[in-house]
Ligand binder design. Sequence first.
Ligand SMILES: [Zn+2]
Ligand SMILES: [Zn+2]
Length: 343
Amino acid sequence: MKAAVVHGKNDIRVEEYPTPQAGAGEMVVKIAASGICATDIKTLLGQGLPKNLPTILGHEVVGEVYQLGADVTGFSPGERVAVYPIAVCGECYYCKRGRHNLCEREFGLGHGIDGGFAEYVRLPRQIINIGGVVKIPADLRYDRAVMAEPLSCGLAALRANRVQVGDTVLVIGAGPMGLIHLKVNKWAGARVIMADVLDRRLRVAEEMGADACINSANTDIGEEIARLTDKAGAEVVITSLGIPAVIEQSLKLVRKAGTVNIFGGPPAGQKISLDPRWLHYCEINLTGTFAATPDDFRQALRLIDKGEIIVDDLISDRFTLDSMLDAVERAKNQEMIRGIVEF
Ligand SMILES: [Zn+2]
Ligand SMILES: [Zn+2]
């Protein structure tokens, strides 16, 4: 099969690769579309690159069931499916408490096993057993269904942040995931303020329904949030970027009893400092959200199918496997909202 194969840091090549075969309990899916996620680009540039190379990245996968291994029931070839990308054990402390993304034995598409920037992908039994292969409703297009994975991560954050109707949610970073936070928090009935340093990103956020936008490169974000919230601060602050200094500055924008969610994964080895008196006397909830659970994933697909959350405007660029290298360049330069690879 043809695949975009990663041989090392910043070394990705479109080439022939062995077509996977489904072993017992496994499934091979013929891919129809794969989303390009910030995680893929970070990984390609060396952050969390798997030890066993070459590998295939891509964890946002939809397609049709192509081959079923022995003992796999409930599916037939040709069925359209969306794939929850994390292989979880279902038995550890975290899985038993519904916190599957924290599973002690987790691995997944694009980290540990080959992912979705290829014509076919093999799904391990763990993904199938946990209900991670979800049938796509008949009239839901692949290019919409492929947004279920990123949307699920936004829903996971929404759940962690315990957002209530009327809350003010401040999203720092209007990149692809920042815009997904905007959408899920609007869906939940919150007022959403977006902050970024790029006007073109803020314009997109405005078009998608942001209640206010702040360019923090030329506006004092602290003053602006004070003005917009009667000096109280936002109930929820989501840092949807990986810059520790910005995360640290964002802490003070939350109101008492509010929640700060460190969503974007910062690079290793960097620290932020905070005042323990602030955490204590203001009763701040400081948390993070990483990936999503299978339940979040199924809910995301449902919300897209019902049209409750519109995802079409998040897809700014479409590629084929052959133009995959352009996609990588555009993603690196933050030139697109979200790109998908279609087969
Ligand atoms: Zn993703
Ligand atoms: Zn587990």
